[in-house]
Ligand binder design. Structure first.
Ligand code: WQD
Length: 339
């Protein structure tokens, strides 16, 4: 069965392509290489011994997107990762985010609705919850006014899909709300490739550990948490990738009585920034140079998933610990800096 993975050379996309190919799916990747590298194909091929098909295409170009689907009418499902995802950048460039994250979704759905098989997995985010009133966060927690254009594009994206599913009963869709994806494939053949200065905690930690950055700034230790630093649910990217394959199989096998479902994907465990630093120091055997600075605007105090729904309905749960994920991130950092 042929599956389209948009953004398939990105961090989560590439790990999902590996798991899809491991399960025997034929994968075609679309990526515009704006936030990834063509070399990632070599890593995927090395791990699975199968080279995915690849088309360099910018999904903002409706004509090219339509032409792609003209050539690939036999697609069984689409996993849609392609989007811009930097919270801070989205505040400075809102229109770039609305164009890249919303227009492309509309073009994708317009084409998907012309196919025989209309199975769609959407890459969403726990950002839609903002600071949830109750922890752990369930899928029924209210979606709050987005704190950034990036978060808003995920909320709007979910609404577009929900409304489209309402009038296209043969369109089957699942939105997966990721908590904090971290780590790398255990082979270290693929991993996270942040461009420029990493905005996210774990790549900044590993780049500090390898000597690329002088010091990690911890954004505030005066929060109402046990050690004063923010809490997140850090999920190993391979566990996250496996959930996408299970969700796609659920759609293909038409297992649900609803044609639009939402799942939180996390470990169910919250870890503070200082606990992540301690995990790094444990797995790397070296101290991390960091300092406490002011809070970062827009940060929520704590977010971690209630995983009951995904555990029960998808039959999926995470297998890796925070230390496993940090060790894989550190091994990946050491490998790519050796070059
Ligand atoms: C985690 C914690 C920071 C960097 C964002 C998006 C989310 C998803 C993942 C795309 C926070 C602290 C961070 C640093 C620090 N993105 N931190 N020093 O903000 O939870 O989530 O990225 O899918 O949608 O919102 O992740 O890794 O940026 O921050 O102290 O140099 O680490 O304050 O408490 P975040 P993060």
């Amino acid at each position: 069965m042929k599956v389209l993975v948009t953004g398939g050379l990105g961090f989560i996309g590439s790990h999902t392509v590996v798991e899809l190919q491991n399960k025997g799916f034929e994968v075609v990747i679309i990526d515009n290489l704006s936030n990834s590298s063509i070399d990632v194909i070599e890593g995927i091929t090395k791990i699975t011994n199968k080279r995915p098909a690849f088309e360099k295409l910018d999904l903002r170009d409706k004509q090219s997107t339509d032409q792609f689907f003209e050539k690939h009418k036999d697609i069984t499902g689409v996993i849609h990762f392609a989007a811009s995802k930097a919270v801070g950048e989205s505040v400075k460039e809102p229109l770039m985010y609305y164009e890249n994250n919303i227009n492309t979704l509309v073009y994708m759905l317009q084409n998907l609705c012309q196919l025989d098989n209309k199975n769609f997995i959407f890459s969403s985010s726990c950002t839609v919850y903002g600071q949830a009133d109750k922890l752990p966060v369930t899928e029924s927690a209210p979606v709050k006014p987005a704190e950034s254009p990036y978060g808003n594009t995920k909320q709007i994206g979910e609404e577009i899909i929900r409304d489209t599913c309402k009038v296209n009963k043969d369109l089957n869709a699942i939105a997966l709300r990721y908590f904090n994806p971290i780590g790398a494939h255990p082979t270290s053949d693929i991993g996270e490739l942040p461009i420029g200065v990493p905005q996210n905690l774990v790549p900044y930690i590993t780049q500090t550990g390898i000597g690329m950055r002088d010091q990690l700034s911890v954004f505030g230790d005066d929060y109402p948490t046990e050690d004063g630093t923010c809490i997140r649910d850090y999920i190993h990217v391979v566990d996250l990738a496996k959930a996408h394959v299970i969700a796609l199989e659920r759609l293909i096998e038409n297992k649900s009585d609803s044609n639009y479902e939402v799942f939180n994907l996390g470990t169910g465990k919250g870890s503070s920034v200082l606990e992540v630093i301690q995990s790094f120091e444990k797995v790397s055997g070296q101290k991390l140079n960091y300092k406490i600075v002011d809070r970062r605007e827009g940060d929520v105090i704590a977010a971690y998933a209630d995983t009951t729904h995904a555990n029960k309905v998808l039959g999926w749960k995470t297998e890796s610990t925070l230390d496993d994920a940090m060790a894989s991130a550190w091994n990946w950092e050491k490998k790519i800096r050796k070059k």
